[in-house]
Design a protein. Sequence first.
Length: 424
Amino acid sequence: MQRAVLARAAIVLIALIGAGSVHAGDVVAHAPDSTPAVTEVPWLFGDWGGARTRLRDRGIDFQFGYTGEFAYNATGGVESKSAYADQYTGGVTLDLDRLLGIHDAQFQVTLTQRTGNNLSAAAQLGTLQQVQEVYGRGQTIRLTQFWYDQKFADGLIDWKIGRVTFGEDFASFSCDFQNLTFCGSDPGNLVGNYIYNWPISQWATRVKVNLNDFGYFQTGVYDANPKYLSLQDQVLPVFFSDSTGAIIPVELGWLPTIGSSKLPGSYKFGAWYDTSTADDVGEDINGDPIALTGLPARQHHGRYGGYINFQQQVTDNLSLFLNVVMADKQTSTTDRQIAGGLVYTGLFESRPKDDIGFAAGTTHLNSRVSDSDDSSEYAFELYYTYRPRTGLLFRPNLQYVVHPGGTSQNDDVFALGLKTSANF
């Protein structure tokens, strides 16, 4: 309890330091050394009278953020209800070259706090993927990042070690949509019982080799331990006992530019292997159905899967994406997820920075744990982003979920949502 209070106080104290000098004008976080133009500034609270620029130039770059998500189920579930969930974020990036003379090195610390309610549970929607992605993993304060990053050979090799979130490096994907089907690193959406997305961090190390004129190759080792999900000792960078194994991901990334406009693309091919011993989802120790015998589950050494994440800007205004992830059928309750969509920026000439997004996807319930002919949940989302000013956005959205939980026995869900995000 005392650690949670101390962490909350740390976030508030840092925020108060920033709010004490609020002025208009901003600077891009993690920007190049050259001073960016005022129009590039992403901070709602501005440049703190120039203090933020001076701190960044000396090697100290603060991050403060807030995300809130409202959802209401017009249809589906046991009754129509509304729910609101949110997340506060406070962090700092230390440029160790400028601070200590350690060339091409940085250190990151980030704390998060989640609060609020989950509509998927409150209204008993029965969905495999939440309609409020920001909810979950315990509504508490957590140490989300605590890592050291060092580059070698003029950036050829990039090494990271510390408390790291899986999705910041592997199968990394944006979280613009509110339905979890289209948000974040998809392996964590599919097998979240052992691959943990933000805000859960694990002790890990990652090595990345940048390949000139192609992209990169990277691999890592993550400590596998369910204690990272607990609500105790989650503020300080403690080591947990009784680890079950190690998660070893690999990823090859191709980063082309197409056409005369050099439109950027990102094509990631990845896989993972977890050395832990895990229960079979359908069979007992004798190979009979667990649901009938109630005996202990058959054991498997190792869990695994693979994914692709494709993103491509096809015009100055339009970008497309496709995410596919699959996991082994022996240990995974949900064994595949496919999601694709588009984002169009500047639909209206008077609102050049606003964007509209549409996505469709499906999450499949392993046939070994389902007797349904169609064990897939289908999700659709349409949103519009309104940016009234720098550092603030409002994103109303419509979600429709067919066969929640991968069964036609659940009523389809139609949900109205609103995501609010502020970058202070």
